[in-house]
Each structure stands twice: as structure tokens, then as C-alpha cells.
Design a protein around this ligand. Structure first.
Ligand code: 5GP
Length: 196
């Protein structure tokens, strides 16, 4: 998506350790006009999928998912980060290793909000090694729900998540795919996107 790529080029900051900082429009201050265009694009790409729920993960996914949801007319459920796994059987749970914080945490979703009738689109801000999305897929499986696809704002194509998901047969629609970045020069290379 040209608009997102241009914004990343203009305002994204390449940090050491393969981290792209996009705090000024996506992860801290949020450009809701841009989010709206992103939501419109996912709705266009997934128009044939019978999506009735969007699943994301706190915190950065929530804003994007909520605005996208308005284009699908469906509710958003976000996986909550939790200290302990609740063992009373009311929650689906998965473990996720954070790429940016390098620690493992539990995420939970109430069984009230996800079940076998749900056709789910996962939305998140970044796709790196794929841990966050894999954890959400585990929760969807636990719920007996159907995964319709994954919508990502920024995929870092040089990390393994996108390839592993596509190899599993998961439909991944990333609005911008970064194939390389260099912290010393600040340069960012995008994968050319096919027009669909
Ligand atoms: P993964 O689980 O795919 O390895 O990493 C995805 C999660 O880590 C995203 O939800 C995002 O919050 C965070 N993340 C991974 N890479 C980056 C990055 O380069 N920049 C930012 N801002 N967040 C990232």
C-alpha cells in the first residue's frame, strides 16, 4: 500500500536489532486517517471471506483493528496479556515470545467471545518472527473457530514469520513488506507489491 510505504519512508526510524520505530503514526501517536485507509484496503482484499470477528493483541493492534472493524461491520476481540494462565477453563490461553521485549508472556481470550461459529481475521501492527500471530492462531484453534486470514500493517520480510505462515497455507495480507533496512544509513527497502 503506497500510502503506508511513503509514511514509513518519511517518518519511520530504523533502530539497531532490526526494529523499525513508527511511534509517530502507528505505535504511540496514531494517524487514524491512515488507519482508515488501511482498514479499507484489508476490507477490499478480504471481501470474499465470511469474516464475523477480528482478533488482535494488546496494545498496538487494538487501534488499527478497531478502525479496520468498521469496514467489516464486525466486533474486535483483543487477546490480553496476563501474568498467570487462568486455569478455571473460562479462558483460551497461549504463550507468546515478544520480539521487541525479548520475554515470554501469556495471552488470554475469554471463551465468551470466541467459539466454533466464528470466522476470524487476525490483525496486528507488525509481523516479525510470527510468535504473536502463531499464538493467536493457537487460540483460534482452541476455540474451534475458523481462521480466514491475517492482516498486517508492516511485515519484516527478512524475518521468518510471513514465510512460515504462508507455508502453513495461511492467507497473509501485509500492507507494506520491508525486505531490508539499515540502521547506520536509515535506508528501508520495500518488496514491490502486486496490484490486485
Ligand atoms: P513477532 O511475534 O512476529 O516476532 O513480532 C510481532 C510483534 O512484535 C508485533 O506485535 C509488534 O508489536 C512487535 N514488533 C516486532 N518487530 C517490530 C518492529 O520492528 N517495530 C515495532 N514497532 N514493533 C515490532
Amino acid at each position: 500500500m503506497k500510502l503506508l510505504e511513503e509514511r514509513i519512508r518519511r517518518d519511520g526510524i530504523v533502530k539497531e536489532g532490526n526494529v523499525l520505530k513508527v511511534d509517530s503514526f502507528l505505535n504511540h501517536q496514531m494517524d487514524t486517517t491512515l488507519f482508515n485507509e488501511m482498514g479499507k484496503e484489508w476490507a477490499r482484499l478480504f471481501k470474499d471471506a465470511p469474516i464475523n470477528k477480528i482478533l488482535t493483541i494488546e496494545a498496538s493492534g487494538i487501534g488499527i483493528a478497531c478502525i479496520a472493524a468498521q469496514h467489516f461491520g464486525v466486533p474486535v476481540v483483543f487477546a490480553k496479556k496476563s501474568q498467570s494462565i487462568n486455569l478455571d477453563g473460562e479462558m483460551y490461553a497461549a504463550q507468546i515470545e515478544s520480539f521487541t521485549h525479548k520475554k515470554v508472556y501469556n495471552v488470554i481470550v475469554s471463551q465468551k467471545f470466541l467459539g466454533p461459529d466464528d470466522h476470524v481475521l487476525i490483525i496486528d501492527d507488525f509481523l516479525a518472527n510470527g510468535c504473536a500471530v502463531m499464538g493467536l492462531i493457537e487460540i483460534i484453534k482452541e476455540a474451534g473457530a475458523t481462521l480466514e486470514g491475517v492482516g498486517i500493517a508492516v511485515e519484516k520480510g527478512f524475518q521468518k514469520g510471513g514465510r512460515e505462515l504462508r507455508d502453513m497455507g495461511v492467507r497473509v495480507e501485509s500492507l507494506a513488506i520491508v525486505d531490508g533496512m539499515d540502521a547506520s544509513t536509515g535506508s528501508i527497502t520495500f518488496r514491490p507489491q502486486q496490484v490486485r
